[in-house]
Design a protein around this ligand. Structure first.
Ligand code: ZN
Length: 258
């Protein structure tokens, strides 16, 4: 954000305050005002525009402050890639283990990883597509919770070795069209069977084309794949240490679960 933005933001807030006063006058007009057709009120869409503009500037400010952090810093991908879709499955019981392991949804990665994902999304913007994230950084304690439920290395990476998700290096994702509809990748996310392998060639032409696009986009930005999961990508340039850092949840999302 350039150095004039705070001034712009303040100006907008001032304008919003003025608009508020005008709206109040409208709510309780005096008898004189009722007959005075010269009183002009700002259209509601102007107020909406100013609010949207103030919000946009605030988002740019947050984005710039995140981008100035060091490569290993945890960043919220929803702030840096707001046009992507987020359906964090382990914050619900809608996953292959039917186990909620996060108190609330969060999609975080290391900043270096996020910058590469931003490049992917930028390319996708030009063809009307977006990323859709199913899982991002996974604290070590969450990996232990998954392992406790299913201590089988075919399905869960043993937490002693550490998952690339717990390093902030790995993401589970797919592609969606401009209406938010997932592109057909042949199997759902977290489908454990040979149909989810990259080497499986019996899918339709459409599925093969979608998978190829996803793989090409991610590989071009420095991500590698694993043989058995089309949705899992690992950032290659740096390997970050395992972590148990936890993102914070809004207090109303921490109600005791029934
Ligand atoms: Zn994964």
């Amino acid at each position: 954000m350039d150095k004039f933005s705070p001034f712009l933001l303040l100006s907008l807030l001032f304008l919003l305050a003025c608009q508020g006063e005008v709206v109040e006058e409208k709510a309780e007009p005096s008898s004189e005002e009722k007959t005075d057709s010269a009183v002009s009120l700002a259209p509601a869409e102007d107020t909406a525009f100013l609010y949207a503009e103030a919000r946009r500037l605030r988002q740019l400010e947050i984005r710039d402050s995140l981008l100035s952090l060091e490569d290993s810093a945890w960043v919220d991908l929803q702030q840096l890639i707001p046009q992507a879709e987020y359906e964090i499955r382990y914050a619900t019981s809608n996953n292959f283990m039917e186990l909620q392991v996060y108190d609330c949804p969060g999609c975080y990665s290391r900043l270096a990883v996020a910058k590469s994902l931003m490049k992917v999304q930028q390319n996708l913007d030009s063809i009307g597509l977006s990323l859709k994230f199913f899982d991002c950084y996974r604290p070590s304690s969450a990996q232990w919770a998954l392992w406790k439920k299913t201590p089988d290395p075919r399905y869960v990476h043993p937490p002693k070795q550490g998952s690339m998700h717990s390093r902030g290096n790995a993401l589970d994702l797919s592609l969606v069209d401009s209406l938010g509809r997932e592109l057909d990748m042949g199997t759902p996310f977290d489908y454990f069977g040979k149909e989810a392998y990259w080497s499986y060639t019996q899918h339709s032409e459409e599925v093969n084309k979608n998978r190829k696009l996803l793989r090409q986009q991610m590989q071009a930005a420095g991500f590698s794949t694993i043989r058995t999961e089309w949705w899992h990508f690992v950032y290659k340039a740096q390997r970050f240490p395992l972590s148990n850092w936890q993102w914070s949840c809004p207090t109303d999302s921490l109600e005791p679960k029934g």
